[in-house]
Ligand binder design. Structure first.
Ligand code: NAP
Ligand code: GLV
Length: 314
């Protein structure tokens, strides 16, 4: 009888118990191994389900058939130059994750449009100071990235009547969303954006894209919502732009260093809302099933679901 297939689970933050239960239901024939450092008998591992695997960890598994990211983003895997290039990589595309991200984006776009921080500051001071928000149809929201997450967020934002635009690599044809494409159109996209939402993958082309140059192209007082990756934002440039009034406020879910260090000035900045990388979490019950489907496809000689283009990096 052939030895059972083995799956190694590597994550410093996801609860392995939830995933073990989900895989027991979705793929009971596969042995679930939690890595807490070195993997025992690495040559027997067929599948790796990972979030931020230590550099070199995947390269030490010589018989891997597929790597499955525990997140939608894969920079946490492809940042390792020793990633075994011949092994297919699959990412999460899941309705619960997409819905979670759209909830977060709608919540924070409304927060900035209606200037909730200003109301909270008035409340803290015991001041009754009415103020008017701009009309939604005169408020320009711009989404950087119109992929799985950006497109769903745009569709949900439409119901509020915002003037919407998206920036992506290729041109999009989504009704009610003005499409800007490629580096040549970034400036025009920024110039028409009052509330900028970043939902880009982190790649060599997008690292540091939220920088002083970009902030200078936005209308004065524009707001930023970064729910993508900390590496997109040059934090020092944001702090300078906030203090100078060029940027009016920001919501940040992701940071160059996570957890955000206690000393970071972002924690207490009056114009910044900090959340701890919770915009959209991966649902184990929903996602283990699609990962099992990917494994079945690869076992049968095919490609996994939601395969990442390793050359493009997303
Ligand atoms: P996706 O479906 O791959 O979409 C990526 C979008 O970005 C596409 O529209 C793509 O353009 C565009 N893009 C990529 N590189 C570009 C470039 N150089 N210039 C302009 N546009 C570019 O990804 P997704 O599923 O929407 O996820 C986006 C990111 O969200 C993930 O990579 C991850 O980092 C982040 N995320 C964060 C959380 C959280 O909790 N904070 C949760 C989930 C995901 P094309 O359509 O033309 O290819
Ligand atoms: C979370 O950050 C993800 O990439 O899914």
């Amino acid at each position: 009888m052939a030895a059972p297939e083995r799956l190694v689970f590597i994550s410093p933050s996801d609860p392995p118990g939830d995933w073990e239960r989900a895989f027991r239901a979705a793929a009971p024939e596969i042995e679930f191994v939690v890595s807490r450092g070195e993997v025992e008998a690495p040559e027997t591992i067929d599948w790796a389900v990972v979030w931020k695997p230590p550099p070199g960890a995947l390269a030490r598994l010589p018989n891997l058939k597929c790597v499955l990211s525990l997140g939608a983003g894969v920079d946490h895997i492809l940042g390792d130059p020793s990633y075994p290039k011949g092994v297919p990589l699959s990412r999460v595309v899941d309705p619960y994750l997409t819905a979670g991200m759209s909830e977060y984006v709608v919540l924070h776009v409304l927060t900035h449009h209606r200037d909730l921080p200003r109301s909270l500051a008035h409340q803290a001071a015991g001041r009754w100071t009415p103020f008017a928000a701009p009309r939604a149809d005169e408020t320009r929201v711009g989404l950087m990235g119109l992929g799985e997450l950006g497109l769903d967020a745009a569709r949900k934002l439409k119901t509020f009547g915002y003037r919407l635009a998206g920036w992506s690599l290729g041109r999009k044809a989504e009704p009610g969303v003005e499409s800007f494409a490629g580096p040549d159109e970034l400036g025009a996209f920024l110039a028409r954006t009052d509330i900028l939402v970043c939902l880009l993958p982190l790649t060599a082309a997008t690292r540091g894209i939220l920088n002083a140059r970009a902030f200078a192209q936005l209308p004065r007082g524009a707001r930023i919502v970064n729910a993508a990756r900390g590496g997109h934002l040059v934090e020092a440039d944001l702090l300078a732009a906030l203090d100078e009034g060029r940027i009016g406020g920001a919501t940040l879910d992701v940071f160059e260093r996570e957890p955000l260090p206690a000393m970071s000035p972002l924690w207490s900045h009056p114009k910044v809302i900090v959340t701890p990388h919770i915009a959209a979490l991966t649902d184990a019950r929903s996602t283990a099933g699609q990962m099992a489907e990917s494994m079945a496809r690869v076992r049968a000689g095919g490609r996994p679901l939601y395969e990442v283009d390793l050359r493009r990096g997303y």
